[in-house]
Ligand binder design. Structure first.
Ligand code: SAH
Length: 285
């Protein structure tokens, strides 16, 4: 193993990038541990649901998965795939083929290693790509999902145009993402701004903006749910995990997430903060 080889993935180490890619390059090793590779929120059925964070995050994956209608041989595009756990869970359960893209080389390295360990490497592939300029032919996929990835993008409508282009007519994209139910000002506005800073998100999209970017991409809205109350516990669980992982984090200079932990929890208590689960479809023609 030479000095440029990553000890976890056995692949050539790539220096951290700028922007959102750099955010994930620097912090993925830490956040990957919160829910064994689910880098997204959890879903709890009600206040007395005692599910662990890992169980709750798998449940969110499953809520998205049941809406993409994947089946044996069907091709799914995973937009912003993280380190691959959701893609592999879907591939294992449905028999679908999955292609995941991410803007972080570190994530792609970890996702490939996870695919190899899972034995599903023949049906699941991960590659570095920007969702706003997808390196795939028109109509390459039967279905797609974007789990907490559009939020990071400078042009969500462009990403949805790209996703729509690569879907076959009648194909669906399921979006699971943050949402701001109504505008916030003052202290609440500062908390939301802080959250956007942590996520390197241009803004938290309003319900109208979520609808608007889908419609601008020429897609039809099939379902639109606000599941904000069911995912809200995540705003406490994630900082708690980061706090427990604090020692490791400090050593690896993954400070920025931790420093924001308290404001993240408080942002999650704002009644204006929701969460969208949305299904859009490319018209048949
Ligand atoms: N969907 C994964 C990861 C969510 S974290 C999961 O649920 O576990 C957000 C993801 O969006 C990261 O993988 C990040 O690299 C990706 N992302 C952000 N901007 C992107 C872009 N422009 N193109 C592709 N992926 C992007």
């Amino acid at each position: 193993m030479n000095a440029n080889t990553d000890e976890h993935t056995g692949q050539e180490a790539v220096p951290p990038a700028a922007g959102v890619g750099g955010l994930y390059d620097r912090n993925t090793d830490l956040v990957d541990g919160a829910a064994d590779g689910n880098i997204h929120f959890g879903y709890w059925e009600n206040d007395s649901d005692g599910s662990s964070f890992l169980e709750a995050t798998d449940r969110l994956t499953d809520l998205v998965a049941e809406r993409v209608a994947a089946g044996p041989g069907r091709r799914l595009l995973d937009v912003g795939c993280g380190t691959g756990r959701p893609a592999l869970r879907l591939a294992a359960a449905s028999g679908a083929r999955v292609t995941g893209v991410s803007i972080s080389h570190r994530e792609i390295g970890l996702a490939r290693a996870r695919a190899e360990r899972s034995g599903l490497g023949d049906r699941v592939a991960f590659r570095f790509a920007d969702a706003m300029a997808l390196p795939f032919d028109d109509e390459s996929f039967d279905t797609a999902w974007a789990i907490e990835s559009l939020t990071h993008m400078s042009d969500r409508a462009e990403a949805l145009i790209e996703i729509g282009r690569t879907l076959r007519p009648g194909g669906r994209v399921v979006i699971s993402d943050f949402m701001l139910r109504r505008p916030v000002t003052g202290a609440a506005g500062e908390l939301v701004d802080g959250m956007c800073e942590v996520f390197q998100a241009p803004s938290l999209a309003s319900p109208d903006e979520h609808w608007g970017s889908v419609r601008r991409a020429g897609l039809d809205v099939v379902e639109f749910l606000d599941i904000g109350e069911r995912v809200r516990r995540s705003y406490r669980e994630i900082p708690e995990f980061l706090g427990r992982a604090g020692a490791t984090a400090e050593e690896s200079a993954d400070i920025e997430f931790l420093a924001s932990a308290d404001s993240f929890t408080r942002a999650g208590e704002l009644p204006e903060v929701g969460y969208v689960l949305m299904v859009a479809e490319r018209p048949r023609g």
